[in-house]
Design a protein around this ligand. Structure first.
Ligand code: ADP
Length: 478
């Protein structure tokens, strides 16, 4: 399969109007920081500076939490569920109307291919708001008693891999349940959260219901530690998750943590090879592998290992890496120089430990942060590339002979977020799903999301569930 030549098909940037600098979104308006600073956000595919954003200091955190507290007491917790639902439906519709703008901005700031932000991220964001809008007036029928109460002010901290989608996962259920929020986006991807702030204004959301504080780790820490925050919701690394759990220990704060993963994608000999190969590609090369539930460990049954690996390499050789705004691009930029360095370092360890490394033939652009789709075969369970989260486009291939061995290897990880099973047999799917210690088990698909189905981990992948009816529980006093 040779790579077909396509003419460039860039999505226009003109739909996005960037301001040179952005303030913090507190109490319904953009304000200058009181005691913070500023930092620049860049496009990881070109290293071009996109805008300067404010960095919130402790006094800014204080101000935002106070605005959220006021809005909670005076308006939001007093509105009927039906009224809250109306605002959420309105936000969902505006997201649909401004979908192109959101997708282009997400791609510029994050580096992910436009076809993913346009066809996956933004539609899921709208779907999430629609879904929880529907719950707002039905909380009494959610199985948490006749009149479940909200928790109060939620401090929410999100990562850079799905900036808008993680915002939706946090904000939509919190507001549906009657809480107000202070959200901190990741320092490398603040721009779509700020555009979401404009959408809140456009929707006439009462001031202070949603507050957005840009900043890095220290801003996040100040938010987590603020005494007037009732609930902390975090998605990010297991390392920072531990710090957060320590910071709230002994307080009345409720916490949900969605952390790392090292998912097994398990291919049995009876699986249709071409379909499984597509699933492996989607599992680990989607979003440059910046996915906590990515299928980074391929467990393939020994009798078909060669066939699967050969087809996989042939398929990977057809992927297009390059300008994320080009509609033909499959693999975009790595989100930051820091992340690129982490990926490079772990991949080098893989080689040093004796696994054999193969990278898809592709030309990396001169500027920006890039890493080619890479496959390690001959990986042992003890190798660091089989144990640690790489969070990049790197797959480790291991083999197994029996279903029992597949389960043992799949579960041999400190994480437990997701897993995939490829087989023709329904009974085997059910047996595997029962034995895999993972929050989500996909059968003959991978990285498939729906606002109606709960998502979350076991073990070091964290606790609590987001999505579905379960996702409401995290924001209700039950
Ligand atoms: P990643 O490794 O994916 O960059 P991190 O866990 O470092 O993920 O970051 C996820 C989010 O947590 C980001 O918004 C980041 O700014 C924030 N963060 C980092 N350190 C802390 C901390 N000590 N307390 C609270 N939030 C933090």
């Amino acid at each position: 399969m040779a790579k077909l030549e396509y003419a460039p098909a860039p999505e226009s940037r003109s739909v996005v109007s960037l301001r040179p600098s952005y303030g913090l979104f507190v109490g319904g308006e953009f304000v200058d920081p009181v005691d913070g600073g500023a930092f620049k956000t860049i496009s990881p595919s070109t290293e071009e500076v996109l805008a300067e954003v404010a960095e919130a200091g402790p006094a800014d955190v204080d101000r935002a939490v106070a605005a959220a507290r006021r809005a909670y007491g005076r308006t939001w917790s007093r509105l009927s569920g039906r009224e809250r639902g109306k605002y959420l439906f309105r936000i969902a519709r505006i997201i649909q109307e401004r979908a192109r703008e959101l997708a282009v901005l997400e791609t510029l700031d994050n580096g992910k291919p436009i076809k993913e932000s346009r066809d996956v991220d933004v539609p899921l964001v709208a779907a999430h708001f629609f879904y929880y809008a529907g719950w707002a007036d039905k909380l009494g029928h959610a199985g948490f008693g006749p009149d479940p109460r909200p928790l109060g002010v939620a401090g929410q901290i999100i990562p850079w891999n799905f900036p808008l989608l993680m915002l939706a996962w946090k904000v939509a259920p919190a507001l549906a349940a009657g809480n107000t929020v202070v959200l901190k986006p990741a320092e490398t991807t603040p721009l779509t959260a700020l555009l979401f702030a404009e959408i809140c204004q456009q929707a006439d959301l009462p001031p202070g219901v949603v507050n957005i504080l840009t900043g890095a780790g220290p801003t996040g820490r100040a938010l987590v530690e603020h005494p007037d925050v009732d609930k902390v919701a975090f998605t990010g690394s297991t390392e920072v998750g531990r710090l957060i759990a320590e910071a709230v220990a002994g307080s009345a704060k409720k916490v949900t943590l969605e952390l790392g993963g090292k998912a097994a994608n398990i291919v049995f000999a009876d699986a249709p090879v071409d379909q499984a190969v597509e699933g492996i590609v989607r599992g680990v090369f989607f979003n440059q592998g910046h996915v906590c539930c990515a299928g980074t460990r391929l467990l393939v049954q020994e009798s078909v290992a060669d066939v699967v690996l050969t087809s996989l390499k042939r398929r990977l050789a057809t992927l297009r890496l390059g300008d994320p705004l080009d509609k033909n691009t499959d693999i975009g930029a790595i989100n930051s120089a820091v992340q690129l360095e982490r990926i490079r370092a772990l991949a080098d360890v893989g080689e040093a430990e004796g696994a054999s490394r193969w990278s898809a033939p592709c030309t990396l652009p001169d500027r920006g942060y890039w890493f080619p789709p890479t496959v390690f075969s001959g990986v042992a369970q003890t190798h660091r590339i089989a144990r640690e989260e790489i969070f990049g486009p790197v797959l480790s291939v291991l083999t197994f002979r029996t279903p029992k061995e597949a389960v043992e290897k799949a579960n041999n990880t400190p994480y437990g977020l997701s897993a995939g099973v490829w087989t023709e047999k329904g009974s085997r799917i059910l047996w595997m799903a029962q034995h895999l210690r993972a929050g989500v088990v996909w059968a003959n698909t991978f990285n498939h999301f729906d606002p109606g189905s709960p998502f979350g981990g076991y073990k070091e992948s964290g606790y609590g569930r987001e999505g579905g009816r379960h996702g409401l529980e995290a924001y209700l006093d039950v």
